[in-house]
Structures are given as C-alpha cells and as structure tokens.
Ligand binder design. Structure first.
Ligand SMILES: O=c1ccn([C@@H]2O[C@H](COP(=O)(O)O)[C@@H](O)[C@H]2O)c(=O)[nH]1
Length: 277
C-alpha cells in the first residue's frame, strides 16, 4: 500500500458506521429508463444514471453500478459510467463496480489495472470478480487491490436460482465449491486488523446455514434483497450472527421510485430504517 492509503476494510467499516450497510445499485435497465419517461438510448442512460447517482450517493455507504447496463451503449455508456464513478466518489460514497470479471491471471492483472489502479478512468473502490477459473487466478487482482487500499468481492454463492448447479458441487475434501471460495478468501484476510479486503458475494436468497462465514474476516455482499424477493427476515435467517458484516444490495426495488430524487432518497431511507430494525 502506498503511503497514506487506508485499507479497504477500514474504509468500508467507517462508511458503514456513518451511513449503514445498504449497498444501492445503479442498474439502468431499459425497462426502468422507459418507466422514468426516458428513451432507452445513451441519452436516457446518462439522465437515469446521473439522476440516480446524485440522489443516492451521500445517502449510502456503497453504490454499486452494474457495468453491463453501461457497456450496452458502447463508448457512450462507458463515458457515463466514468461520470457515475467520479460523482459517487466525490460524494464520499464507496463505489463497488459490479463487473464480475474472471480470467487467467495475466488477463486478471489487466482487469485490475482497468478497474482498480489509481488514476484509471474507471477506477472504483472495489469490484466483483469470478473465481471459477481458479481462486488463484485472482492473485494479481488481490495484490493490486491490497497495494491500493481497494477491495474485491468474490462470487461464492450467488443469488440466482440456478447458482446451485455449480456452486453446490463438492470439492475433494467434501466442502461445497462455494464454501471453498469463502475459506480461500478467509485465508487472504487472516492478517487484516479491521476486516480484510477480500469480500465474498452470498445471495440473500440462499438457504440458512449453507455457508460458514465465521472465519471470513471480510465483507459479504448480499444481493437478492428487494426485487429478487429476499426480505430483512431472510437476511437474519441466512446470515444469523454474521449479519453485521453483510452489505444487503438492492437495485430495482429502489430505482423504481424514480425519477424524482426526493422519492429515491425516501426509498433508500425506508430500506435503511428497515435494516436498522
Ligand atoms: O449473486 C449475485 C451477484 C450480483 N447480482 C447483481 O446485483 C444486482 C441485483 O439487482 P436487483 O435489481 O436488486 O435484483 C444486479 O446488478 C445483479 O447483477 C445479483 O443479483 N446476484
């Protein structure tokens, strides 16, 4: 880590202490653009994404733009994503860019340079990555993240109904593949003081007790909360005593309240209140 850089775990802990654990998603679905009265093109994307970011950054600890919806508009979409990232970070909100990259190690180094290197146009505070080319293929990304005080969130047990097809498979010692990913992340975090920089993704929709997260010493991103059906009760059921380290993530269920920024803020505050309860 270069001088003066604070580890991601500490930055996240400070942000959550100030604003709570909710991670709000910026997912400019074409259908949502239309519901907001916008055209499903690059101009509509720009209006949607900047309106949502202005409303939500400053309210939540973590903002999660979904890269796919920006990439769909080519270079114009990427230019909007750059602005979203800059706007959110200027408002003191951590940006977790949901790109789910996973490739051989040398290519992962290039993805890390694209999404985490200081000064890169798309540099975020953290990204989502896929370990399914082998957890160690993520080493270059993990090394750059640690050097820069950034984080990564590794897909372990995703929220989609099909996720058990591969993630429930057993590795040689009998653990599920998903659990083996959690344990590999825990090893990377073992020496971190205030929570490590390697988080995992575990859907709020999964079964209670499916994952043992006790040794993780890192954050858990829990999508599936809201539009995919998971509730606050599900968060308690699935994560139990590990809930304090969990970032419930919700996108459509908040964004559907737009385009008014006051309505978006009220929606976020209502979710934050429900999480406090
Ligand atoms: O397991 C996962 C991993 C990532 N996601 C992403 O989170 C949001 C969820 O959006 P909602 O509108 O709240 O359903 C979306 O960007 C997914 O790509 C996930 O859902 N599950």
């Amino acid at each position: 880590m270069t001088a003066g850089q604070v580890p991601f775990g500490a930055r996240l802990a400070a942000a959550v202490a100030e604003r709570g654990p909710l991670c709000a998603g910026v997912d400019p679905h074409p259908g949502l653009l239309r519901e907001w009265g916008l055209s499903a093109d690059a101009a509509g994307l720009e209006r949607f994404a900047l309106t949502a970011t202005e409303a939500l950054a400053g309210e939540v600890s973590v903002l999660k733009p979904q890269s796919a919806f920006f990439e769909a508009y080519g270079s114009a979409g990427i230019a909007v994503l750059e602005r979203v990232i800059a706007l959110a970070r200027d408002a003191g909100t951590l940006v977790l860019l949901d790109v789910k990259r996973g490739d051989i190690g040398s290519t992962m180094a290039a993805y890390a340079a694209a999404y985490l290197a200081d000064g890169a146009p798309l540099a975020a505070d953290a990204i989502t990555v896929s370990p399914y080319l082998g957890f160690d293929s993520l080493l270059p990304t993990m090394e750059l993240a640690r050097a820069q005080g950034s984080g990564i969130f590794v897909l372990a047990r995703t929220s989609n109904p099909e996720s058990g097809q591969g993630q429930h498979a057993r590795v040689e010692d009998g653990r599920t593949l998903a659990q083996s990913i959690v344990d590999a992340a825990a090893l990377r975090n073992a020496t971190a003081e205030r929570g490590g920089d390697v988080g995992v993704v575990a859907g709020a929709t999964i079964g209670a007790g499916e994952l043992d997260l006790r040794a993780l010493n890192g954050p858990v991103l829990a999508p599936g909360f809201g539009a995919q059906g998971a509730t606050v009760a599900d968060l308690r059921r699935v994560f139990g005593e590990e809930l304090p380290g969990v970032l419930p993530a919700s996108s459509r269920d908040i964004l559907r309240h737009g385009p008014g920024q006051a309505a978006l803020r009220s929606a976020v505050r209502a979710v934050q209140d429900s999480l406090r309860g």
